[in-house]
Ligand binder design. Structure first.
Ligand SMILES: [Zn+2]
Ligand SMILES: [Zn+2]
Length: 379
């Protein structure tokens, strides 16, 4: 049966099933050696069957240690033939990958590129991105958004010789070890479908929780603007679809001493300046802050809200300021951020998609709601 299926797939090389993407694995890590544990007996290095082994860098070359040995050579290619191989190492999460994996090195650091079928990759991405959701229709909306992003961004790392990295810089991909049945069903149930605007693949941005209203793209990443990434009210007034999300509302005390430190690190203020106050100086159509002002002893410094959100998140943790949808309640030593939602607020609200699915909406309704004017098509 498996053999027949392979034959059928091989007969349609142009279909989505036959297409692959090159993904850089562990892209945020500097790795000098990595352990491999093949799952099943079909994992090969050339024509030799691979056992548990270790691959390590040697300057600009790689070598393999284990039952079979290889290298140092420029590249090593492992073929999993539909099975998988577990990768792990010091400081690296242990993950299962399928497809072909090519190892190379530069300056004693391993570079790992995984050639994986698009739909397998997508099931992994959807598992990671929709992990907290439960409804199939929400997963399907997520699958179409993730596939659209994939199609649109296949050239993200073209200059570096691969398509996408596995971090949130592109889309988070953590392999196939924990792919959920719902994610797989969602990818299969929307096979090949992407979001189009006037016949062209759309920018299908998404985020965790909008907090009641999504934001117009041009206020989050000015000056970019797209007619389908506008602010939409997320459900009936007072009862947004995403209000079911854990952490829908949040509060954070931002002490001026901490803000001073963060603002100096971010280069918003100079070494002898102290942050003594914070106010919102411009808002987007959703009610999110679009620009903030930090008061120091001698001036007011304007900071775009997206920079503020990223700057604080990068230095104090992404839970400190979860969105730019907040009001400020000043106190003596600190300012209280009383906020809603989680994420940048542009495009689909993932928890809103879940809320809509629970109310009986189908994935096409969900996508139309968050990306008005778009339609579903094929690439
Ligand atoms: Zn990337
Ligand atoms: Zn929402």
């Amino acid at each position: 049966m498996k053999f027949l299926l392979l034959l059928l797939l091989a007969a349609h090389p142009a279909s989505a099933y036959g297409r692959t993407a090159d993904i850089r694995l562990y892209s945020l890590h500097k790795i000098s050696s990595i352990s491999l544990e093949p799952e099943g007996r079909d994992v090969l290095l050339g024509d030799r069957r691979l056992g548990p082994s270790r691959i390590y860098s040697r300057g600009a070359a790689v070598a393999l240690d284990g039952k079979i040995k290889a290298g140092p050579v420029k590249t090593l290619r492992i073929s999993t033939h539909g099975a998988g191989v577990w990768l792990s190492g010091p400081g690296l999460p242990r993950r299962l990958y399928t497809g072909d994996i090519v190892f190379s090195a530069a300056r004693n650091s391993l570079r790992i590129i995984n050639t994986v079928p698009l739909e397998v990759y997508l099931a992994g991405v959807v598992t990671g991105e929709a992990g907290d959701l439960s409804r199939l229709e929400a997963y399907k909306a997520q699958a179409v958004a993730a596939r659209t992003y994939l199609v649109k961004h296949l050239k993200n790392h073209a200059g570096e010789g691969y398509n996408l990295c596995d971090s949130t810089h592109c889309q988070l991909y953590t392999g196939t070890g924990e792919v959920s049945a719902t994610a797989r069903a969602a990818v299969e149930g929307t096979s090949g479908e992407i979001l189009l605007y006037r016949g062209v693949p759309a920018e299908a941005y998404y985020h965790s929780v909008c907090g009641g209203r999504t934001e117009d793209m041009s206020y989050v990443w000015p000056p970019e603007r797209l007619p389908y990434l506008v602010s939409v009210r997320d459900g009936p007034a007072g009862r947004p679809y995403c209000s079911i999300a854990p952490g829908f509302r949040w509060k954070t005390k931002l002490y001026y001493t901490g803000l001073t430190r963060l603002a100096r690190q971010a280069g918003w203020i100079v070494a002898d300046e102290e942050a003594k106050g914070l106010r919102i100086s411009a808002w987007g159509p959703s009610g999110r802050a679009a620009e903030l002002e930090i008061y120091t002893q001698r001036r007011r410094v304007k900071v775009p809200a997206t920079d503020f959100y990223h700057g604080i998140g990068r230095r104090a943790g992404w839970n400190a300021v979860r969105s730019s949808y907040f009001r400020l309640l000043p106190a003596r030593d600190y300012v209280m951020l009383d906020g809603l939602g989680n994420g940048h607020g542009v495009g689909m609200c993932q928890w809103g998609a879940e809320g809509m699915a629970r109310k009986g909406f189908k994935y096409r309704d969900i996508l139309k709601h968050y990306y008005p004017g778009t339609e579903i098509g094929y690439d």
